[in-house]
Design a protein around this ligand. Structure first.
Ligand code: SAH
Length: 217
């Protein structure tokens, strides 16, 4: 990552954030290091920059939010990211989660349904210098057939049901992490055991913006 707008002050705040989420139970070293490296203040609207290193979700425009760092860390940990692994993220949003996955060495494919958000985040990631992230405009329920299969799939919006279009794009042996539910969501991890068999585990309750259908301006 090449970035001129990251000061010692930001790094100090980031180290405190890492300690905070570690206290809340995140133990994965790769995840903590990645959170410690991504300049979250650059992923937020100006008016919220001073709050960038608090462990909270914030609005990013177009009625969407940048996820809480704890949630990003929790999902990233469940995803068991190894360097070089091919990951599909559904819900690019600010690009923060994609940057964390990239710092963990993943090859990231990220899809967003809101055109303006997709374009804004594309400009930002290019400016900061993240190269192993590819962004797509589309309905994440359908995944990215041209680039499938994926060894990991991470959904960052709340799904009513697990989209079947994503299950078929998960590599055998691969993992999908997806919050499932309407008002609040249960974190679900699905492992694809074979062509036909999937195994499911659950990991507590979270609150996400909804996974919608189709694309929009
Ligand atoms: N990963 C993001 C979190 C964004 S919030 C981050 O790190 O900032 C969830 C995002 O999912 C929103 O940007 C929303 O527009 C997007 N989204 C919702 N439904 C979608 C769908 N069907 N396909 C793709 N993106 C979707």
């Amino acid at each position: 990552m090449i970035n001129v707008n990251d000061s010692f002050r930001h790094k100090g705040l980031r180290n405190r954030l890492v300690l905070e989420i570690e206290k809340k139970g995140i133990t994965d070293k790769g995840v903590l290091e990645a959170i410690g490296r991504v300049p979250r203040h650059l992923f937020m609207d100006n008016s919220f920059v001073h709050l960038a290193y608090q462990d909270q979700a914030f609005p990013i425009g177009q009625g969407q939010t940048i996820s809480q760092p704890y949630t990003v860390a929790f999902q990233s940990g469940l995803l068991d990211v190894q360097p070089g692994v091919k990951v599909l993220e559904v819900g690019t949003g600010s690009g923060y989660q994609a940057a964390v996955l990239s710092e963990m060495g993943a090859e990231v494919f990220s899809i967003e349904r809101q055109k303006r958000l997709h374009e804004k985040t594309g400009r930002l990631l290019k400016e900061i210098g993240y190269k192993n992230i590819r962004l797509f405009l589309g309905d994440g329920n359908e995944g990215l057939a041209d680039n499938a299969p994926f060894e990991r799939i991470l959904v960052t919006a709340g799904a009513e049901l697990v989209p079947s279009g994503l299950l078929v794009q998960l590599a055998i042996g691969g993992l999908m992490v997806i919050p499932v539910g309407i008002k609040s969501q249960t974190m679900v991890r699905i492992k694809r055991l074979s062509e036909e068999e999937f195994e499911q585990e659950t990991f507590g309750d979270f609150a996400f913006v909804p996974l919608l259908k189709g694309i929009t301006e």
